[in-house]
Unconditional design. Structure first.
Length: 279
């Protein structure tokens, strides 16, 4: 009886060992099969991208991620999916994929590229900056991340160029609103807009006019010392600027722009010559 019981135990052990080995084979087979599916999906995505079928490309890149979410192929596939959308102006879908990448793979080496592409997508969606600044501000935020956190990357230089363009647009809008307030004699709101230009967008071409407008506003309000402060600042930094000459006129009504004087002298000369014809 004991012998039979021992045989039964051995049989059970052998049976489960055999099952374990079969299971191991199945796992290996399944793993190999999944890897093959992943490679096929990735290659299909690349081919579709080359052919311009970005939706099919993105679909296949997403399949790769779903098959192996913890592999090195997963974050790469999300970026490829995002680029596929971006390449054919599906900016909303590209933004979704890029934000998903940044959230799910925070330690990935391709973070600078993801931030740069995300900023570029927002930049490309700018339609009318006079009505809606949301895309412009989002673009600025992500370009600043590239510049501040990844200054030594290839993306930083282009990000600086794009950021300069964005700041120029924002400064232009501030100046437009400030001049509108000025025309409505709303001095304080106008002043705040002009001050914002010289503090937030000091590298733009709109600083000169903003300084001049601050000279005007302060002078009209009777704050002549403040007006002179901005006039000095304008003259020190932009002495050859036409806006400096305009500011000079605010304090000296008899001031005559040299360019105007030359034109005036030319006109006087022509009139004088004309009169001499009839002498």
């Amino acid at each position: 009886m004991k012998y039979i019981f021992t045989i039964i135990i051995l049989f059970v052990i052998l049976f489960f060992n055999g099952c374990a080995k079969e299971k191991e084979k199945e796992i290996v087979l399944d793993s190999t099969d999944l890897e093959q599916q992943m490679i096929e999906a990735y290659n299909k995505g690349l081919k579709a991208l080359e052919e311009g079928d970005v939706l099919y490309a993105a679909k296949n890149f997403n399949i790769v991620e779903n098959i192996y979410p913890q592999s090195i192929w997963a974050p790469r596939s999300i970026l490829m999916s995002a680029y596929s959308y971006y390449s054919q102006d599906y900016y909303g879908d590209a933004i979704f994929e890029l934000k998903r990448f940044l959230k799910n793979y925070p330690s990935n080496d391709n973070y600078p590229y993801a931030y740069f592409l995300l900023a570029t997508c927002y930049y490309e969606t700018i339609k009318d900056e006079k009505k809606d600044l949301s895309s412009l501000l989002e673009s600025k935020k992500y370009f600043k991340i590239v510049i501040d956190e990844y200054p030594n990357t290839d993306f930083s230089l282009d990000a600086k160029f794009k950021l300069a363009l964005i700041n120029s647009i924002l400064a232009s809008k501030e100046l437009y609103i400030g001049k509108y307030y000025l025309s409505q004699k709303k001095w304080i709101p106008a002043m705040n807009r002009f001050k914002n230009i010289i503090t937030e967008y000091e590298s733009t071409e709109y600083v000169e006019e903003a300084l001049h407008r601050l000279v005007e506003v302060n002078y009209y309000l009777g704050l002549k010392s403040e007006a002179k402060k901005y006039a000095v600042l304008l003259g020190y930094n932009y002495q050859s600027s036409e806006w400096y000459k305009e500011s000079y006129r605010v304090f000296n009504k008899k001031y005559e722009n040299p360019r105007d004087k030359i034109e005036k002298d030319k006109q006087n000369f022509i009139i004088k010559k004309f009169k001499n014809l009839f002498k």
